[in-house]
Design a protein around this ligand. Structure first.
Ligand SMILES: [Fe+2]
Ligand SMILES: [Fe+2]
Length: 301
């Protein structure tokens, strides 16, 4: 299982102290990230879920609804990021980057498999096909989620598939995928959900799988930060593309984790943490990464 030490040694600058964060910070390169991946294998089908089934049986209806809602974005999201990743694999610039990118696509498939198994075995959604389970789980996701994962991400991936040498398209894709979806959304949700479950001693199989997923995500975001640092250093137009993409997508990202019955800006709680605590965590992580990339946060118009 991924330990706290693992999580902080994945090359993701968001896990470092502010005093270490500089624009010229030397980041882990795709070859190192690939080798890290070889050392960090895990099996989505081998994690023991027996205690989780017992815990699930003891929750109130409200607790079950909250947990199902909180995890739905992850199950659907992992399926989306697996299939929509192919354009980036096609856009590799050398064999080391190619090797790393293929590992990331396998990781995303493994994450989706873990969620699928969990929904089947613990939550009891026993449809024959994964697609039928996904369709049922989809009833829980927000409009902002649909916009980001079904429209923006898919269009960014299509642009890369049409022309894998289009560097502008690659910068937009990595900003969307690694900076917004993984870095700002997924790692924030993971942090609070894991913290809540660990503190309360609940769902240990889920905690094990989700910690492994979080470790993988830090490695993915480390690649995205390295890539954008390279491109931002070489070309002003890439810097502008990163900023424009963030300005466009951060409002959607902010809407993804707003629970049913609430609006953006309301005071709500997510696994016992306030909206403000979540927003501050996401903002700090994004700010650290952008500082190393050398790009300022977009200013609201
Ligand atoms: Fe993932
Ligand atoms: Fe990922």
């Amino acid at each position: 299982m991924a330990t706290l030490l693992d999580l902080s040694q994945q090359g993701d600058v968001a896990t470092m102290e502010d005093s270490q964060i500089r624009r010229d910070l030397k980041l882990m390169m795709p070859q190192q990230l690939y080798e890290l991946w070889e050392r960090q294998q895990w099996q989505s089908q081998a994690i023991d879920l027996e205690r989780d089934k017992e815990d699930w049986g003891k929750f109130s209806d409200q607790e079950r609804a909250d947990i199902l809602w909180g995890l739905s974005s992850f199950f659907i999201g992992e399926e989306r990021v697996t299939t929509q990743f192919s354009g980036l694999v096609m856009a590799y610039e050398d064999e080391r980057e190619e090797a790393f990118l293929t590992t990331q696509q396998v990781d995303e498939a493994r994450h989706m498999q873990f969620f699928d198994r969990y929904y089947r075995e613990v939550f009891g959604l026993d449809d024959e096909r994964i697609q039928d389970r996904l369709d049922r789980v989809r009833e829980n996701v927000t409009d902002a989620f649909v916009k980001l994962f079904d429209e923006v991400l898919v269009e960014a991936g299509q642009r890369l598939i049409e022309d894998p040498s289009d560097m502008d398209a690659k910068v937009r894709f990595v900003t969307t995928y690694h900076m917004v979806i993984e870095g700002t959304l997924a790692l924030t949700g993971q942090h609070f959900i894991l913290d809540y479950l660990e503190k309360n001693g609940l769902m240990p199989g889920f905690v094990e799988g989700f910690s492994n997923i979080a470790r993988d995500e830090h490695r993915h975001v480390a690649y995205g930060t390295w890539f954008l640092q390279q491109k931002a250093a070489g070309d002003e137009s890439h810097t502008k593309q990163i900023q424009d993409t963030l300005a466009e997508l951060l409002p959607y990202a902010a809407g993804v984790l707003v629970p049913p019955g609430f609006q953006l800006g309301d005071d709500y709680e997510f696994f016992g943490y306030t909206a403000q605590e979540q927003n501050e965590f996401a903002f700090t992580a994004l700010t650290r990464r952008l500082k190393v990339i050398g790009v300022g946060l977009p200013v609201a118009a």
